[in-house]
Write a protein that binds this ligand. Sequence first.
Ligand SMILES: C[S@@+](CC[C@H](N)C(=O)[O-])C[C@H]1O[C@@H](n2cnc3c(N)ncnc32)[C@H](O)[C@@H]1O
Length: 260
Amino acid sequence: MTIDPNRPSSARVYDAFLGGTHNFAVDRSVASRIMEIVPEMAALARANRAFLHRVVRWAVANGVRQFIDLGSGIPTEGNVHEVALAADPEARVAYVDVDPTAVLYARDLLGDDPRTVVVQGDLRDPAAVLDDPALNTVIDLGRPVGILMFAVLHFVPDGPVLDATLHGYREAVVAGSLLALSHASGGLDPEGVDRVADLYSRTGTPFVPRDEQRFARLFDGWQLADPGVVRGPGWRPEGAVEQLSDPAASLILTGVGVRR
Ligand SMILES: C[S@@+](CC[C@H](N)C(=O)[O-])C[C@H]1O[C@@H](n2cnc3c(N)ncnc32)[C@H](O)[C@@H]1O
């Protein structure tokens, strides 16, 4: 596992948005330049994490007790396993990230809890991810599973790789499984999108925000759970939710699909 402190990574840039400490000067530089373009980036990242928490609680309440968190990121407060295990101590969670920093810190945080595992892998290769022996020690694909991709598919452009990725996970899971997605929308002006994409290109990652229609197509083959595709922090809010200004709220799209 090689960690290059001179090249920004999308995982560490996101950690910087959230005020984490697992990032380098190069990451903070990219993060602060993105925050100049999107001043509410930190609030958006928090809204994304709050969506994650609500989805996992809702999933457990609806009988889904195992989760594969793809593009899981650097551990931060309220990780999937913390939320899932609080709701059901028998829950199981596999974290998957391509970034060595994220994998390193996640392994450090999790220790040897047999209910959780961390795998370094590329979500665009579902067969390799789902065949991973470590992942299979905690995940039983014969039972419903929550496939989670939070704030990550906007790094995967349209095309055969995206199609095969979505198809791979959809066909591998049984009825009752869930696909939960959050995603950057096309709510920025085109010049802003280009500037953010240019900054992300330094991490080696393309940035492809999608509008509501293109986002909804990611759920093809799944039945969208109520309330469908939602902008901002509006997916099944619990109690008081952090308010985002109208333009900021329109920058994040969320939804959950159910496999029938
Ligand atoms: C913006 S962070 C989101 C982290 C977390 N899912 C969340 O929503 O809080 C995106 C994460 O996806 C990871 N990532 C990007 N492309 C990936 C890929 N092809 N396979 C696995 N992980 C990927 C990055 O390393 C990073 O940790």
